[in-house]
Design a protein around this ligand. Structure first.
Ligand SMILES: *Cc1c(COP(=O)(O)O)cnc(C)c1O
Length: 406
């Protein structure tokens, strides 16, 4: 290995393409540094990050307080496994439950693991509490969902590429159109354990359900003894201008799934929160993860929650989101159909004739803004929640020029 060689972007790209599995199609920018809302490539160019690692980097890149916590904890004690106890996990429980108003937490690492955990809790609750006959429990999901990439999770994806040739698929997940409460009502049977939705569908292209949808799900769950599972891995922790996207409708899910930004943009940390009566169906040995609840992740997540509150990131997302959204509306591009989203989770939906979002995201990149297309015709703008007005005032004219391209 020759560690002294310096590589150009093009050489890094060629290495990656020739050596790595082709499971992504990234924009051709090779990042080597990051600070706050900014990313730097290996040639020294500077970019505004408008993706934030799919909302994992809500706190901005390399937040000093979170980095300091990471370094300190890494030097002291990074990993014990859950075979022993550590002095960070209990404090993580306390902090996250206090902030979000739940009674019990179960820590994992990635979002997909937390979703799997929520599904296991809901199934076990159905059999041991609700009295659903063994192996008959259904969990209703929504079309257009994105909950991760495990075999079970892709089994109930409506995206054919995510599931094709990965069968046989896991049964037990009836699907209904997102945002349609009548269809949901009709799908319910005595064997329904839970309903799982994203309060806004991020990966589907920032799809916002009709006002009242989450409240109606809550009512249906209450009147049918069904658990409401909200996947807030992308929408949670301030992204939409409230602490949780469910807060926009004043709704409290029975099972809350968090990930992404919980790790402060640095380290994978996810968690499932629930009431005591629901979480207590899980007994020692039922479920686990070698890295889940590790002291390093617990310390980093505690710092992430502390910074979220101290720096008022939720309020900033609401304010800056409104400013960003309003000014995007004013651009009046012939390519834009409409703009949707809440807080700093914004989707610019392009018209069919616009020729796809990729040419716009590539043009933005050459002008110093990194945004990613979702589903061919939506440009997602989701900068770190630490963004300020001055930065948006720099970005908006550039976005305007790009959206007004022929
Ligand atoms: C990203 C995401 C996941 C999966 O998280 P991973 O950490 O990539 O496994 C699940 N649900 C939603 C809503 C997400 O946005």
């Amino acid at each position: 290995m020759n560690n002294s060689k310096t590589y150009s972007s093009q050489e890094f790209i060629e290495l990656e393409e020739s050596l790595g599995a082709h499971n992504y199609h990234p924009l051709d920018v090779v990042c080597t540094g990051g600070e706050g809302v900014w990313l730097y490539d290996v040639e020294g160019n500077k970019y505004l990050d408008c993706l934030s690692a799919y909302s994992a980097v809500n706190h901005g890149h390399a937040h000093p307080e979170i980095v300091a916590t990471l370094v300190e904890q890494a030097q002291r004690l990074p990993l014990t496994s859950r075979a022993f106890r550590n002095d960070q996990l209990p404090l993580f429980y306390k902090d996250i439950l206090d902030l979000l108003g739940y009674e019990k937490a179960l820590p994992m690492n990635t979002g997909a693991e937390a979703v799997e955990t929520a599904l296991k809790i809901a199934r076990k609750w159905a059999y041991t509490v609700k009295g659903v006959p063994e192996d008959q429990a259904d969990i209703i999901v929504a079309e257009g969902n994105f909950h991760g990439r495990t075999i079970t999770i892709i089994s109930f994806s409506s995206e054919s590429q995510y599931k094709e040739h990965f069968g046989p698929h896991t049964p037990g997940f009836p699907m209904v159109p997102y945002g349609n409460i009548d269809a949901l009502q009709e799908a319910i049977t005595p064997n329904t354990a839970a309903i799982m939705v994203e309060p806004i569908q991020g990966e589907a292209g920032v799809v916002v359900p009709p006002e009242g949808y989450l409240r109606e799900i809550r009512e249906i769950c209450d009147s049918n003894n069904i658990l409401f599972i909200a996947d807030e891995i992308q929408t949670g922790l301030g992204r939409t201008g409230k602490l949780l996207a469910c807060d926009h409708e004043g709704v409290r899910p029975d099972i809350l799934v968090l990930g992404k930004a919980l790790g402060g943009g640095i380290f994978p940390v996810s968690a499932v929160l629930a009431s005591k009566s629901v979480m207590d169906v899980i007994k020692p040995g039922d479920h686990g993860s070698t890295f889940g609840g590790n002291p390093l992740g617990a310390a980093v997540a505690r710092a992430a929650l502390r910074v979220l509150v101290e720096e008022k990131l939720v309020e900033n997302a609401e304010k800056m989101g409104r400013y960003f959204h309003d000014h995007l509306e004013e651009i009046n591009s012939p390519h834009v159909d409409y703009i949707r989203g809440k807080g700093l989770l914004i989707g610019v939906v392009l018209k069919e004739e616009a020729g796809g979002a990729r040419r716009f995201t590539e043009a933005l990149m050459t002008r110093g803004i990194l945004a990613k297309e979702t589903h061919e015709n939506v440009i997602r703008f989701a900068p770190p929640l630490v963004i300020d007005k001055q930065t948006l005032d720099w970005a908006l004219p550039i976005i305007r020029d790009v959206l007004l391209m022929p």
